[in-house]
Structures are given as C-alpha cells and as structure tokens.
Design a protein. Structure first.
Length: 451
C-alpha cells in the first residue's frame, strides 16, 4: 500500500484492532435465544456502544427493536454544513454449528496461517472494527469531514426484521446522504469490490402429517403413508434434474452482465469435492446473482443413531429461497407455498409458515459516491481497479433504507471474501483486507466530503 498518513495510521492501529476484534468475537451473540443466552447479545451491544462513546459519538443508544433484540446507534457530528454518511454493520452472528469441527474455538479469535479465525471475524464483527479504524485514521489526520451515523444491528442473521421495522417507525433516525453497508466482501482477497445487487430471501417452514401416530414399519409399511417420504418428494420437486431451482411460476432465467466468475474459481472457493458437479445451468454468476436458489436448511426427523423401525406420522423442513433483484420476495413466498402445497403427494396434509423475508436490492452504481469509492479503492489497493459484483446473500435492511431514503446513495463493501467461509466452520478474516478496506473507507469519506 502506498505511503500516506491515513494508511500509516491504520497500520499502526492494527494490533489494537486485533485485540478489540478478539473481545467482540468472544461474545456468543447469536440472536436465537433458544440456543444462546440473550445476555451474550446484550453484552456485545454494550461493547459496541462503549466503543462509539470512546470515539466521541453522541446520542449513543441501545435501540429495542420489535423482534426483541437491540441495535446500537451513535452520531458523530462533523463540520458545519457537512454531508451525512451512515455506516452499517451487525454484531450478531450465525451459530458456530459443530464446535468440534472448528480447528480453534469459534468464540476465541485465533491467528493461523496469516488469518484471524473466529465466528463473526468477517461477518460482521470485523465490519464494526473496520468502521472504527476508518474513523480513527481520519481523526488522526485532520478530522472526520462528514457527519457520521453508525447503526450496528443485533439480528441481521436471523432475518427477523427488527431494525427494518424500527427504521420504518423512526424514519428520521437513519437518514443520510450516503449509506455504507459494511456487510459484503471483495470478490477475492486483494481485489477491491463493491456489491451492487443482493438477492432477497424468504424462509418457509413446511410440515406434513399423514397418520395419527408413528406405526411399526413391518406391520404397516407398504400401505401406510410415510410423512417423511412425502416430505422428501416435496423437497425434491423444488429442483430440476440438473439441480436448477424449479418453483412453479418463478422465473429462473435471469442473466448477469457484470464481473464473471469462472467455474474453476468457484469450485476452489466453494471447496467442491473432486468429481462432484456443479448444479444449475447458465454461468456461475447467473446462478449466484441473477436467479433464484432454493436450499433445504433443515429437516426434523429421527437421527440414524437410535432410529426405530417406524412409518413416520409427521415431518418438517425449513426451506430458504433466495430471489434476485426484480422479483418481489412476498410474491416469491406465495409461489413457494403454493408449490409445496401442489406437490405434496398422497393427499397428505401440508401446512406452510413464513418465518422470515427480505427484499432483493439493486444499487445505482453511476452515482457520485461510487466514483469517490473507486478513487479510494485505487489508493488502498495499488494497481487494482474497483470491480462490481453481485451477492447471493441477503441484507433485508438495504431495501428498507432505499425505500425510506430514495435520494441516498448506498454502497456495499466488507470483509466476507470467499476464503472467509462465513456461516461455515472456521470462519476467518484476512487482516490485510481489514487494513486496506479501513483505509479505503476513510479515504472514501474524505473524497465524498470534497465532492
């Protein structure tokens, strides 16, 4: 990275950043309070609030959102007449899954092979640290040239919409000229990238009932309708032979015209096993960023160990459907529920329940803020040009903010490049990415203020 005061300050702050990220990662802030204590999330929220106060933020508040979680808000006033920029991240994390599968404890930041491992290190506690680093660098080099609002969400991973509903009820709170969402990532390490589209999503729980109770498979199997077998049939109907998503009435032919993603690179990023083919058709970018994708997230059924010879009376599954920009998530939910109903065999009773939803998002990449970010990225990543990519994941808040503040420019950056393995075992962040993106954000704020 070329020498400049901002970059030098960020470099000098990296040991502090690592120590702070270790503190933040240690909180088991999974916003599913049936699995993890609410006190862990509350402690993480208080940590963020204290960090903002320590940087001179005023009006710091823990916002009690309608889904029972807390988001953290703070305001840092800039010069008279300055533009206002909203910086977003979230402190809640995905469950660690099988803790025994982690090479190091998931809630203990551990350095290994040049990366820092821990749940939330990239998604998105690292994003909180990125914002702090950028602001500290500017304060050390002449001051922060814009008004800054920070909002750190407490339930983004759950998709329960607490912050979205709160923002709708208090529309003045997050109003800004530009919004920087620190919850995306570079296409690969060292390639500066802004995310211009996000797929929306819906979560649907489906339950199938066939019998008053389980039956002995030897005595009744062959004629008694098995609810688990019916559920398997229904779930299989959601994919074509080649693995493409096939929800009745839902368009699955979209194409992506931005940054391309080779099959070889995707196989490496996704760690696809040798000999196993990719699913779907079209380019990889089409499949990830421009088309719907269904995933069965879980099935309630007896584990293999301890299973009895039974015909099952009922079975449940949780189904996720990602939808591309241009597709209304509410309409996609209706189509998914109708498909599950229509494809349930043998007259079995089926019920569906929507438990989460978020709209897709498309940014205006021609806005002045994007040029300010491109110039900043060119300094933070010498020799590289900022790229535009899509993101298969969802950040429901983006569409809420775009609706509330239609004049605001929205940029998505972050630390979740492919090697980060967010949501999976052994999540990690590359410290050089944290350093460079912090520099880029600081320079962006300066460029944007001068524009």
């Amino acid at each position: 990275m070329s020498s400049n005061p901002v970059a030098e300050t960020v470099a000098s702050l990296m040991p502090r950043a690592k120590a702070e990220l270790a503190e933040l990662v240690a909180f088991k802030s999974v916003a599913d309070f049936t699995q993890f204590p609410k006190s862990e999330s509350e402690a993480a929220a208080n940590w963020v609030a204290d960090a903002l106060r320590g940087e001179g933020f005023v009006d710091v508040a823990l916002l009690d959102t309608p889904d029972g979680t807390q988001s953290v808000y703070g305001y840092l006033p800039g010069p008279e007449g300055a533009k206002t920029v909203l910086l977003y991240a979230h402190y809640d994390v995905q469950p660690p899954l099988d803790e025994a599968g982690w090479t190091s404890p998931p809630f203990e930041l551990t350095e290994r092979d040049g990366r820092w491992y821990g749940r939330g290190a990239a998604d998105c506690k690292g994003g909180v640290i990125m914002h702090l680093l950028a602001l500290r660098a500017l304060k050390a080099d002449g001051g922060v040239p814009v008004n800054v609002k920070v909002i750190v969400e407490g339930s983004e991973e759950q998709g329960t919409g607490g912050l979205e509903r709160y923002a709708e009820q208090h529309p003045e709170l997050l109003e800004a000229d530009t919004i920087v969402i620190g919850d995306a990532g570079n296409f690969r390490v060292g390639l500066p990238t802004v995310t211009t589209t996000l797929r929306g999503m819906t979560l649907v729980r489906v339950r199938i009932d066939t019998l008053a109770g389980n039956l002995h498979s030897g005595q009744f199997g062959g004629a008694a309708p098995d609810a688990l077998a019916a559920l398997i049939r229904v779930l299989d109907s959601l994919r074509a032979e080649n693995g493409s998503t096939t929800v009745d009435g839902l368009d699955a032919t979209g194409t992506w015209d931005g940054l391309e993603y080779t099959e070889e690179q995707f196989r490496a990023d996704a760690k696809v096993l040798d000999g196993v083919g990719l699913i779907g058709d079209g380019s990889v970018a089409d499949r990830l960023w421009a088309r719907p994708a269904v995933t069965v997230l879980g099935i309630d059924c007896p584990p293999v160990v301890g299973a009895t010879p039974s015909v099952h009376a009922n079975a449940r599954a949780l189904v996720s459907l990602r939808v591309p920009p241009g597709v209304d998530a509410a309409e996609a939910t209706k189509l998914l529920q109708a498909h599950l109903q229509a494809h349930t065999p043998w007259g079995a009773r089926v019920t569906t329940e929507q438990i989460g939803q978020g709209q897709a998002f498309r940014a205006d990449a021609a806005s002045p803020a994007y040029q300010a970010m491109a110039d900043a990225m060119a300094v933070a990543y010498p020799g590289e040009t900022m790229q535009y990519a899509g993101e298969g994941g969802s950040i429901p808040l983006c569409n809420t903010l775009a609706g509330l503040y239609p004049q605001a420019e929205i940029l998505l950056i972050g630390l979740s490049e492919p090697e980060a393995q967010i949501h999976a075992l052994n999540e990690s962040v590359h410290p050089q990415e944290l350093e460079r993106l912090s520099v880029a954000e600081a320079l962006f704020l300066r460029n944007y203020a001068a524009g």
